[in-house]
Design a protein around this ligand. Structure first.
Ligand SMILES: Nc1nc2c(ncn2[C@@H]2O[C@H](COP(=O)(O)OP(=O)(O)OP(=O)(O)O)[C@@H](O)[C@H]2O)c(=O)[nH]1
Ligand SMILES: [Mg+2]
Length: 639
């Protein structure tokens, strides 16, 4: 299997099909060079990362660059992980390289979603220039600002790519202007402000330096990279210095570290010292060494300064640690890891249907899986101290949902509690995470959105009338106010709004926020759901179950948007004694049920509920399933 999909890599070597060694030069200086070691050694190396707001086209562009340089065949994508492909988003930052005009260009494709923003920050430490991709219609968005700010702070000089200029509503010149403003606002130096801009249609694999030029392929981008990115391999001689900026895991090799080689040369079998940022150090040995090509990794005997490599053999290696061959060498400056912002509990599934669908169901199995996740999932923390549950801390609902989705596909059954924002104390004051939110909505919705977010303690920072009757609203809001709001936002804007957010920092606690409370429809019986009863219940709210589905007492089978919890019996059949109703069964029309997935369930659940996640189903349930259990727990609480 070809896999660049970190963090888990299941095969050691990747058989590659054609090997046009040293292959013929194609037009425009592009050439094929599958697996040709003589070409990749002693080549000049350039290291870049592609950064942008979510969906602005990073991966599509990276894929096209790989294709046009002959690194991969048609149809191969950097988004190789199954969940990435389904959702169409990048979750893990991934490395590749392409060869162009006798130069190796290492590229890191980064995720744009803010839950994975800390991945980007780490990557930026390992490269020399960023390609900042900006959608020609949307212009700079929250994550554009975040990644650009980090790049400028690190002294990188970005190359700007105004992408998707084929969109009917594209405004390349305006987008360019807005990017320039953003650079200024973020305090870019004169040199950084003097950035090169390219215009591209990543999906068609074309780019140009001026809007009025013809675009044929992506060589303008590759040429600008060669012109502007400094060659990385300067200090080849002397002892080796590497720093790890990302982790991966291989079933056979264990923990892998992705590192940039800053100085010297590193070889397989070499003994090294690992230096922690706090000054501690320990010895180790590099058992395997890989570089990246296309969507695969390639085992190499050695690699030298400037290159990006993946190493095996050091089982405790962590982000930011420096690997040196000379023990007296000082460690490189630490790489910060962002703190988690939300937490929730993972429990063994104890619903009446427990164990029916899953292979791994015990607390020990869940613990082992979480421990394995901690090997690579850098933003994640787990507290194993309680005997009843494990508390998992993450960077956002999507960050946790992806972990749960992976677990369920692997055969795990699990229950989780409602995600809560992490509230900390600093200097005797309560603090909580805040986000910046950018909302684009048709003008007529702006009033209602402003009042909705004000209720949630959001502060309107800016309001800009865009062309075409759209208004852009920029808020600062406690993460607490935003949790579970995305679904409601779609309803509030009739599906016409776009909401994106990113974490800013922990700030003063905003006081109580009234959450949108959904009342739950809870089944008071176990059995098979009948169409007849659903017909009555669908008048009251949104249903999660379909006829003939097996349910249990205490399961949440639907919600009531406005209202209190309601106990219902969806297994009840028609009363045969009721003469008026008899014979009218064929008149039943049921709306299709609202299918719960993990994120939707997180959105609609209440605090006294769990999400039950199995390889087959996602259900919501009350923590206490029966009347008797509820009464008992209430009595206990009162004592
Ligand atoms: N119209 C148009 N659409 C494009 C272009 N490039 C990419 N897209 C589409 O934009 C969507 C997002 O593309 P991706 O390449 O996955 O975006 P990304 O920046 O990698 O997204 P994340 O990694 O999730 O942040 C896909 O549906 C692409 O087909 C383009 O040049 N023009
Ligand atoms: Mg992507």
């Amino acid at each position: 299997m070809k896999q660049a999909g970190y963090p888990y890599i299941y095969t050691i070597s990747f058989p590659r099909k054609p090997a046009s060694f040293g292959g013929p030069k194609l037009d425009n200086g592009l050439f094929f060079c599958f697996n040709n070691p003589s070409l990749s050694q002693n080549m000049e190396i350039r290291n870049i990362a592609i950064i942008a707001h979510v969906d602005h086209g990073k991966t599509t562009l990276t894929d096209a660059l790989m294709r046009q340089t002959g690194m991969v065949e048609e149809g191969m994508t950097m988004d190789s992980n199954a969940i990435e492909q389904e959702r169409g988003i990048t979750i893990y930052a991934k490395n590749t390289s392409v060869f162009y005009k006798d130069t190796k260009i290492n590229i890191v494709d980064t995720p744009g979603h803010s839950d994975f923003g800390s991945e980007v920050e780490r990557v930026l430490r390992s490269i020399d220039t960023v390609l900042l991709v900006v959608d020609a219609q949307e212009g700079p968005m929250p994550q554009t600002r975040f990644v650009l700010k980090k790049s400028l702070e690190l002294g990188l000089k970005p190359i700007v790519i105004i992408n998707k200029i084929d969109k009917p509503a594209a405004r390349p010149e305006v987008a360019h202007e807005l990017v320039l403003e953003l650079f200024m606002e973020l305090g870019a130096s004169d040199e950084q402000l003097n950035f090169t801009t390219l215009y591209a249609i990543g999906r068609e694999g074309v780019a140009k330096r001026n809007m009025n030029e013809e675009a044929k392929d992506l060589t303008p981008i590759l040429d600008v990279v060669l012109e502007e990115v400094p060659p990385a391999n300067k200090n080849k001689n002397g002892s080796a210095t590497l720093q790890s900026f990302n982790l991966a895991y291989d079933n056979f090799l264990g923990r892998l570290a992705i590192c940039r080689v800053y100085e010297g040369e590193i070889s397989q079998g070499q003994s090294v010292w690992v230096k922690k940022p706090n000054g501690e150090s320990y010895g180790g040995k590099i058992t395997k060494l890989f570089t990246f090509e296309g969507v695969t990794r390639k085992e190499v005997p050695s690699a030298s300064s400037g290159d990006i490599v993946m190493i095996a053999g050091i089982s405790n290696i962590y982000i930011g640690e420096t690997i040196v061959t000379n023990e007296s060498q000082e460690p490189l400056p630490a790489i910060n890891i962002d703190e988690p912002t939300i937490s929730l509990n993972f429990l063994v599934n104890d619903s009446p249907f427990a164990g029916k669908a899953g292979k791994f169901v015990t607390g020990r199995q869940i613990r082992e899986r979480l421990e394995r996740e901690l090997e690579v999932n850098v933003g994640l923390k787990v507290d194993f101290s309680s005997s009843e549950y494990y508390t998992v801390y993450g960077r956002g609902e999507l960050h946790i949902a992806v972990l749960l989705e992976n677990m369920r596909r692997e055969g795990y059954e699990i229950q989780v509690s409602q995600p809560q924002v992490i509230i900390k104390e600093e200097a005797g004051q309560k603090i909580e995470p805040y986000e910046e939110v950018i909302i684009d909505v048709p003008e007529e919705f702006s009033g209602s959105i402003i009042s909705r977010l004000s209720e949630k303690k959001g502060t309107l920072m800016n309001m800009i009338a865009e062309h075409g009757g759209t208004t852009r609203l920029i808020f600062e809001i406690p993460t607490r106010g935003l949790l579970g709001y995305r679904g409601q936002f779609v309803v509030d804007t009739k599906g016409l709004g776009i909401l994106s957010s990113r974490f800013i920092s922990f700030k003063k606690y905003a006081g109580e926020i009234r959450k949108q409370q959904y009342g739950s429809m809870i089944s008071m019986a176990s059995g098979k759901v009948l169409a007849f009863s659903l017909d009555n219940l669908q008048q009251r709210g949104v249903l999660y179950v379909a006829p003939a589905e097996e349910i249990y007492e205490g399961q949440v089978i639907g919600n009531i948007t406005k209202g209190e919890d309601m106990y219902v019996n969806p297994t009840k059949g028609k009363q045969l004694t009721n003469m008026r109703a008899s014979g009218s069964d064929d008149g039943i029309y049921l709306a299709p049920p609202f299918t719960l997935d993990i994120e939707r369930a997180m959105e609609v659940m209440s605090e006294d509920e769990y999400i039950e996640i199995t390889p087959k189903d996602v259900r919501l349930r009350k923590k206490y399933l029966t009347e008797a259990q509820r009464t008992k727990s209430m009595r206990k609480a009162q004592k």
